[in-house]
Design a protein. Structure first.
Length: 120
């Protein structure tokens, strides 16, 4: 009943449920997404047509131009080091950490196992 009333109010107002989300709800959703990224071991930041990727387990980073390389095959992190550094800093800021390396501790067992097996 409450959900139906909410939908009717939103429809009457000409809005959408997404548009009705509060700033708090958006912040909670972003925090949840960030937590999911950290637990998955793959952190990403998109800006200006580029995607920066940091792999927590390996400590490797990558930068891709999404328009010309939608499959993310050509890593530009070395060629465009300034852009990669800028995007890394933006990701660190979004996650509220000084360095992405500080998030690797959660994956210490996996890192240790991969080193033992010779993968790192």
């Amino acid at each position: 009943m409450v959900a139906a009333a909410l939908v009717m109010c939103v429809a009457f107002a000409g809005g959408s449920l997404v548009a009705m989300a509060t700033d708090g709800q958006r912040a909670a959703a972003a925090a949840s997404r960030d937590a999911d990224e950290v637990s998955s071991g793959l952190l990403t930041h998109d800006a200006d047509g580029y995607r920066y990727v940091y792999q927590l387990v390996t400590g490797r980073e990558a930068l891709y131009e999404l328009r010309t390389d939608p499959l993310r095959i050509h890593n530009l992190a070395d060629v465009q080091a300034d852009r990669a550094r800028e995007m890394r800093r933006a990701l660190e800021s979004r996650l509220g950490v000084l360095r992405l390396d500080s998030l690797r501790a959660r994956h210490a067992d996996t890192i240790r196992t991969l080193r033992t097996l010779g993968y790192l």
